[in-house]
Ligand binder design. Sequence first.
Ligand SMILES: [Zn+2]
Length: 202
Amino acid sequence: MAYKYFKYPARYAVFQDEDHACTICKQTKTCLETTPFYSEDDIDAICEDCLKGGRLSEIGACANDADVEQLFDQLEALFPDKKIEELLKEAKAKTDEIELRTPPLVSWQEWKFPAIDGDYCQFVCFASKQDYNKLAADGDGKKLLTESIIEELHEFTDVDAIWRTLPDKQIKTVALSNNFPMLVYLFKSLHSEKYVTVWDIC
Ligand SMILES: [Zn+2]
């Protein structure tokens, strides 16, 4: 299934090995692993139809924690003439898409799904040196890493150490992401060629 904010769900969303009865629709089929979801009650399995259909709200669950404050600040700066109610409505629609209709990102630390250019970013991959080198307009992957790290992490970031720790080759599946003590998440703007990086350690 295709998701606006999650580029490669088949590679990086976590699916259960066997078919399960979905907690929401009760049908037995391929379901997502529920550990990464936010929920007060126990949930066993969530199918993609229910996720895509926004039905997580029926069980009070949530797939991601979106950085709505950051999004709203960007929208206000981009559209100073729009009414606050209009901006709030736009922010809510985008936030619902991330929180209720996008597969959860696997992460060790709790951080919010980042926004850029007045929209949420699209999650591209668990990054490697290869990804940055390939995506950098001038081929300088380390420079792209440096420029793309989210502001909140600047004071904790040692770019040289992160670059050294990055795997050389692409991490092609979410299962392989378990092999690393640190994960670097690469996001892209849906509206420009800008990239956004978040890193976390287990
Ligand atoms: Zn379902």
